[in-house]
Design a protein around this ligand. Structure first.
Ligand code: NAI
Length: 465
């Protein structure tokens, strides 16, 4: 008899959620995780610590900005050591919370690095105990991703950092160069900019956040520029040289000219790649693409019987909530149920100020498909609550099918966009039309009213415009 019904390798949002759901469905489950804490990149060095620093730096910038206008007279100063210990404390509480959930659900946490020795066989190298050999009926690979490297850029996590080192700087750098205007570059760039760093973002493409709705991208770039982020677009970073300061060399793509800029810290944020080192996938015969992405069918099964893969290590957006949903779905599939993920309704959020959130298709995607659509837009400037909060930058945009009015995509740049988007996620799961949102009573005064007005703008028109 096998030691376990299921061994999950990786204790991030995909893996730990999968383990808990499988246990709830009656399976005997172990989760192998070697970093000494559960929660993966998200809880330890990603989503959670970055949100802590985004929150703290946002309040600091508010204190220096709008407080006086509201009659609050304050002169805040920063204690970076204390801010970092607040960040670390939040991480400890949440990773400890996952360990508690494992105990509650009787999931065994095997604290070590797992290797697949063949179908149903996992060995674990632990830091303290002797190595273990375990057997299981099913194995789920949920080993996540790691920062992609860039030739010529030697990461030391002190001065040349990825998101990991970029979250733990002990002092505020004078000048930071961010390589890559994606989600990580803009979130972390915002943190340090708000705390007083001069931040220059160098991006290969001619726009920031590629893949997002273009109108949102353009507005976003303008707003961030107003906040003091400097953008060098259409420039490919070639190398970072280390001296008493750092020299970042880059090539301007349009005329091939070379430039350089000096910095105290360089943040490398040019994407992430699946993490499969030491997992034994090649030996086990698990198929991967040339880029190391573990290939699966629609039921998250790899080509090897009894081995599944979910989250960042497999195809799709590298998002914690996508991994979580796959974790639940694969556990249900293994239990003989019909696990399902609706990939058409996975929201994405950038936690800057204002936040940027989207779900479904962009205008560019709809145009390329040749689909007839209509656009309903509403600016936060016309929303009373946003006005009272000094948060009028941005808009909500709803894209609906021209004939049927069915909601096809929603793109929001504005206050609390990351929360506001979810009413549309639910609506889209139910196949709603824009009119369904427009006819739903929304409390006044709320930011959500802007979301409703955007839906109204798809029909007879918004009221407050
Ligand atoms: P990204 O893929 O979002 O952006 C990387 C950017 O770097 C691209 O715009 C690319 O054109 C640029 N680039 C690549 N090579 C370059 C070079 N040599 N010189 C200049 N620019 C160059 O990657 P990022 O921001 O590192 O994020 C990684 C993953 O983590 C993403 O999949 C993201 O979805 C996820 N993530 C999500 C968050 C969220 O949902 N809020 C937060 C943080 C990360």
């Amino acid at each position: 008899m096998a030691d376990y019904d299921l061994i999950v390798i990786g204790g991030g949002p995909g893996g730990y959620v999968c383990a808990i759901r499988a246990a709830q469905l009656g399976m005997k489950v172990a989760c192998v995780e070697g970093r000494g804490a559960l929660g993966g990149t998200c809880l330890n060095v990603g989503c959670i610590p970055s949100k802590a620093l985004l929150h703290a730096s946002h309040l600091y910038s508010e204190a220096n900005g709008h407080f006086a206008e509201m009659g609050i007279m304050a002169q805040p100063t920063i204690d970076m050591i204390k801010m970092q210990s607040y960040r670390a404390g939040q991480v400890d509480q949440l990773t400890g919370g996952v360990a508690f959930l494992f105990k509650k659900n009787k999931v065994d946490w095997i604290d070590g690095w797992g290797k697949i020795e063949g179908p149903g066989k996992v060995s674990v190298k632990t830091a303290v105990d002797a190595d273990k050999s375990l057997t299981a009926k099913h194995i789920v690979i949920a080993t996540g991703s790691e920062p992609a490297s860039l030739p010529g850029v030697d990461v030391d996590e002190q001065r040349v950092v990825t998101s990991t080192g970029g979250l733990t700087l002990k002092s505020i750098p004078k000048k930071m160069v961010v390589i890559g205007a994606g989600v990580i570059g803009l979130e972390l760039g915002s943190v340090w900019r708000r705390l007083g760093t001069e931040v220059q973002v160098i991006e290969y493409l001619d726009q920031i956040t590629p893949g997002m709705d273009l109108e949102v991208c353009k507005t976003f770039e303008k707003i961030l520029t107003k906040q003091g982020l400097q953008f060098t677009l259409g420039a490919a970073v070639q190398s970072v040289e280390k001296g008493s300061r750092l020299t970042v060399r880059y090539k301007n793509r349009k005329d091939e000219t070379e430039d350089s800029v000096e910095a105290d810290v360089v943040l490398l944020a040019t994407g992430r790649k699946p993490y499969t080192a030491g997992l034994g996938l090649e030996e086990a015969g698990v198929k991967m693409t040339d880029r190391g992405v573990v290939e699966t069918d629609a039921g998250w099964r790899t080509n090897v019987d009894g081995i599944y893969a979910i989250g960042d290590v497999t195809t799709g957006p590298m998002l914690a909530h996508k991994a979580e949903d796959e974790g639940v779905a694969v556990a249900e599939t293994i239990a003989g149920q019909h696990g399902h993920v609706n990939y058409g309704v996975i929201p994405s959020v950038i936690y800057t100020d204002p936040e940027v959130a989207s779900v479904g298709q962009t205008e560019e995607q709809l145009a390329e498909e040749g689909r007839a659509y209509k656009v309903g837009k509403f600016p936060f400037l016309a929303n009373g609550r946003a006005k009272a909060h000094f948060a009028t930058d941005g808009f909500a945009k709803v894209l609906a099918d021209k004939e049927t009015d069915r909601i096809l995509g929603v793109h929001v740049i504005g206050p609390s966009a990351g929360e506001l988007i979810h009413e549309y996620c639910v609506a889209m799961e139910f196949g709603a039309a824009a009119e369904d949102i427009a006819r739903t009573c929304h409390a006044h005064p709320t930011l959500s009213e802007a979301m409703r007005e955007a839906a109204m703008a798809c029909g007879d028109g918004a009221i407050h415009m």
